[in-house]
Structure formats: C-alpha cells, structure tokens
Design a protein around this ligand. Structure first.
Ligand SMILES: Cc1ncc(COP(=O)(O)O)c(C=O)c1O
Length: 348
C-alpha cells in the first residue's frame, strides 16, 4: 500500500536526535533557540517562538493579539478543526467564510462582507501549499495570522509565506513539509508580540501569576527540525518534480488539476485533483489498487457548527481528492499512483 503521506527521514535526522539524547539536555534549550533563529531567518521576519504544535502556536498568536470574548475571528470553513479549536480556546467567535473554488483558499470578497467592528483578526491558511491572495487580504487593515502549517517555502510575489501577516504560524507534525514529530512556531516582525508569545509558552519561575501554558518544544524535536530544515530545498524540489509529473500524466483525463497562479509559488504540500462521482466509493476503489488517497480536509467546519450557505466549500469537499505526494515517494510509486488514478477515472 502506498501511504497518503509519510515523513522523509534519513541518517542525518537520526544522528541529530541521538546527539541531543546523548547530551542529557532533552527539554527546551539551545537547539530550540537555534531552530527559532533558522526558521525566522528563512522566512525573513524578526523572530520566532517554537511551540509543541501548530495548534498551540495558533492559540498563543490569538492571545498575543488579545483576542477573547466578544471578538470575531474570520477563517475559512474548508480547513481542519485546529483553527476552530484555537479560536474557541480564547473564547472568541469564529466567523466562517467560503473559499475560492479553484485555489481552495479564503475568498477575499466573502471576507470583506464578513468584516464588522468586532473583527479582531483573520486567520489565513495557505491551503495545500498555495499562497492565499495576500494583497487583497492585507488591504482590509485587520491583523492577519498567516497559517503556514502547509506552506513552508511557498512564495507570494517573491516573498516567503509567513512574512506578510502580523503573525504567522507553522506546524512540524510528522507529515508536514518538515517534521519534528509534533511541533509548531509563531513568527512575527513585532518584538512586542513575540515577547507575549514567549511569556505565555512557559509557566515557570515568574513573579506574577496569570494563566500561562506549557507549550514548549523539546531540544529533541528542535534538533530534528533543524536537520529537516537543511533538507528543505531538496524536499521542495522533489515535491515540485512529482507534481509536474502528475500534471503531465493526468492532463488528458477528466480530472481537474491544480493550475498555476501568477505571483504564487505552490509547494505542493498536497496534490489535490477534482473528480466526479461518489468520493467515498472512489477512495475505497483506489485503496483496493494499493494507493491511499484522502479527502484533503476531513469535514468542513460549517458542518460541525450546523451552518449553511457555503456552496464552494461543499462543491470542493464533494469532489477534491488528495493523492500521495512527499519527498520519499519513489519514481516507481509515482507511476503506481498515476496508474491507479487513471484507472479510477477512466473506469467511470
Ligand atoms: C492548516 C493547518 N493549520 C493548523 C494545523 C495544526 O497543526 P498541529 O497538528 O501541529 O497542531 C494543521 C495541522 O494539520 C493544519 O493543516
């Protein structure tokens, strides 16, 4: 079975973790600081604060903006529940909006219609590795939290994703662009916001009391993150070349394929095609051929909240199929995926 996603690990990763393990300092320390410096330099912002997950990074980013009860936070419906959870952790009100049908990202027109005097922030995921329309979203002059959990290395108009928002967050979950097992980071150009995030990440040895968290990353995770970061250029190149092969080989099928967007560099965290037919059945069928595909978003958020009128999200949720793409996928496996997907589409 070809898995839908998988981390890409090698001897350098094993050695990096073992070195920290042998040092005896396995909690947050110098490696975490180094990882923060490496990532913020790569993205091109002033600084970063590492956390134990992308979700905790989002939580702290919202707290840094002092989002809470009575505030509204805009986010797309077509995204994982981590975003909804973080908004609910701080007691703010989630305002769901629909997406653009072709890019799968926030529809800026819908965002504009949803702005009120209570809007505190907009969470902007760059879904599947394709940057959202930053220029339009920035024009609203509302703090943006860029969610780069799926977009490390993606670029918008030549600049790294994560360098546009008031804050940005990343995830290093096992199957993300780079992996630390679990892990996240908040980046920002604002020393003041970074200091707030740093203060809330850890509870120990403080003169005052307020609710703080234990959201720290360990040096074991940071060592893995640093080692993975060194391989990011080759990871991105490999993702790009697999995506090119899929685009070439599936071009003459009825599937709708990802298209290019001027000014946006897609990193193909996911290669998402749109197909006709009953998706659950198609997923089962292709699994029987030895290829594991997935719905790239498990369930839209408006379903959980019982909201309606998200036509584009529903169309996409009912037709989007994510096929395996990760750096360790071999040439032969890519061939198998192409064969499986073609068979699936042509059988219909
Ligand atoms: C777009 C997006 N945001 C946030 C998260 C949350 O990250 P984590 O799983 O590290 O908490 C994820 C993870 O799947 C994600 O895909």
């Amino acid at each position: 079975m070809i898995p839908h996603s998988k981390p890409t690990l090698d001897q350098r990763d094993y050695d990096a973790v073992l070195k920290v393990l042998r040092s005896g300092h396995i909690s947050q320390g110098e490696y975490v600081k180094r990882f923060e410096a490496i990532l913020s330099e790569f993205v091109g912002v002033k600084g970063g604060v590492a956390t134990n997950s992308g979700t905790s990074a989002l939580h702290l980013a919202l707290l840094a903006l002092e989002a809470g009860k009575g505030d509204e936070i805009i986010l797309p419906s077509y995204v994982c529940t981590a975003l909804l959870n973080a908004i609910n952790y701080v007691g703010a009100t989630p305002i769901l909006v629909d997406i653009e049908p072709d890019s799968f990202n926030l529809d800026a027109k819908r965002v504009k219609e949803s702005l009120t005097e209570k809007t505190k922030a907009i969470i902007v995921p760059h879904l599947f590795g394709l940057p959202a329309d930053m220029e339009e979203l920035l024009s609203f002059e509302i703090p943006l939290i860029e969610d780069c959990a799926q977009a490390l290395g993606a670029k918008y108009k030549g600049k790294q994703a994560g360098s546009f928002g008031t804050l940005s967050i990343f995830s290093f979950y096992a199957t993300k662009v780079i992996a630390s097992g679990e892990g996240g980071m908040v980046l920002s150009d604002s020393p003041h916001l970074l200091e707030r995030v740093r203060d809330l990440r850890d509870y120990d040895n403080r003169d005052d009391y307020k609710i703080r968290f234990n959201y720290k990353m360990t040096d074991l995770q940071a060592a893995l993150g640093i080692s993975q970061m060194e391989k990011l250029p080759s990871f991105l190149e490999r993702r790009g070349s697999i995506a090119n092969r899929y685009s070439l080989e599936l071009a003459n099928t009825p599937a709708l394929l990802p298209t290019g967007y001027p000014g946006k560099e897609h990193i193909f965290y996911r290669y998402v095609i749109r197909v006709e037919g009953e998706l659950e059945r198609l997923l089962e069928q292709i699994k029987r051929e030895g290829v594991c595909c997935e719905r790239p978003v498990y369930r839209p958020l408006h379903y959980y909240l019982g909201h309606s009128d998200f036509p584009q999200t529903e169309i996409i949720w009912n037709s989007a199929l994510s096929i395996p793409i990760y750096p360790s996928l071999t040439f032969g496996e890519v061939t198998e995926v192409i064969k499986g997907v073609k068979g699936l589409i042509e059988e219909r």
